[in-house]
Design a protein around this ligand. Structure first.
Ligand code: NAD
Length: 299
């Protein structure tokens, strides 16, 4: 499918893509650029890629597909570094979790003969680094493509095919819609998990109430999400601050309604809300986004 694919940042997502490329024979050669020499050595030793170096320009040169898989805050530096080394006609994509700002940042800074098509695989775990990646990560998970002004139609089709070969289901939407939807389905749940765990942590510090011992009552499930990569999530909230702030306001309003219903012993209202929310779980399982076994839906 491609002669040379270059992955910038071979962490959880980057290394899973590299493993998927090798497993499905989607490229003749897979190379990677990482900041540290130890990561470059590791990705070679683990046979995740064929070549790796911290010289990003060198790795990018001659590649027909370049995938940025590093934190959003690193994009600016990376683009300034690689813009003069991109092969004419190459496809440039990323895997970032927020789209609007990075699409225009890259559009403004790359040559016109590059097809820049942003991607977002809605797949991940709370782990980081090349050791944690696996080729099946994208299986049956959605990958959203958000083309911009510099996306060639033929290349959109090719990139769509690439993600499908990795096991993804592919949707195409505009960046604004993407950032809004993801603020509800991904960014808000992470923020809530961070806040619940942080609140429990503060209570634990004040008076140890066996919080870890009895965490299976619900807290445990939130700790998985709240164990996600701190730098990545810092970047996501800052990049998507407008949408996230609006959703936080809505959340606070609903939380206040719940508090009122609890205080007023409004049984009818509580039961009505909880019955409505139970239905969505069934829909998620039916849509293949999780399984009903209590193992966090991970296996
Ligand atoms: P990770 O920490 O596992 O990997 C990040 C990689 O980027 C590492 O190899 C790291 O060395 C490299 N890196 C870090 N800072 C860098 C910099 N300044 N310059 C160059 N390289 C740098 O993280 P990940 O989970 O693979 O996330 C990578 C990207 O994927 C993020 O942009 C994130 O928004 C997106 N994403 C993550 C998930 C998820 O659930 N983890 C899901 C979808 C998309």
């Amino acid at each position: 499918m491609f002669k040379r694919v270059c992955i910038i940042g071979c962490g959880l997502i980057g290394s899973s893509i590299a493993r998927g490329i090798k497993k499905n024979k989607l490229a003749t050669k897979v190379v990677s650029s990482n900041r540290s020499n130890s990561t470059n050595k590791k990705v070679i030793r683990l046979k995740i890629v064929d070549e790796a170096s911290s010289d990003t320009k060198k790795m990018v040169r001659g590649s027909d597909l370049i995938i940025i898989a590093s934190p959003l805050s690193s994009y600016k530096n990376i683009i300034f570094k690689i813009k003069g080394s991109l092969k004419k006609g190459a496809i440039l994509t990323d895997v970032g979790s927020v789209k609007k700002n990075v699409i225009s940042l890259i559009e403004k800074n790359i040559p016109k003969n590059i097809s820049w098509i942003s991607s977002h695989p809605i797949a991940g775990t709370e782990d980081s680094g090349p050791e944690s990646g696996f080729s099946q990560l994208f299986k049956n998970k959605w990958c959203i493509l958000t083309p911009g002004k510099q996306s060639n139609n033929k290349d959109i089709k090719l990139l769509e095919k690439f993600w499908k070969k990795l096991g993804s289901r592919v949707d195409v939407m505009d960046a604004k819609q993407h950032d809004y939807i993801l603020s509800i389905t991904s960014h808000m749940p992470h923020l809530i998990a961070y806040n619940i765990v942080n609140t429990a942590l503060k209570i634990k510090k004040k008076k140890d109430r066996n919080i870890v011992k009895y965490s299976a009552g619900g807290l445990r499930d939130f700790t998985r999400i709240a164990a996600s990569n701190p730098v990545m999530w810092r970047d996501i909230f800052i990049q998507n601050r407008k949408n996230t702030s609006k959703i936080i306001d809505k959340f606070i309003k609903n939380l206040k309604d719940l508090k009122k219903a609890i205080k007023n012993k409004n049984e009818k209202k509580l039961e009505k809300i909880f019955t409505k929310t139970k239905k969505i779980r069934k829909e998620i399982i039916e849509a293949g986004q999780d399984i009903s076994r209590p193992d966090f839906g991970r296996k």
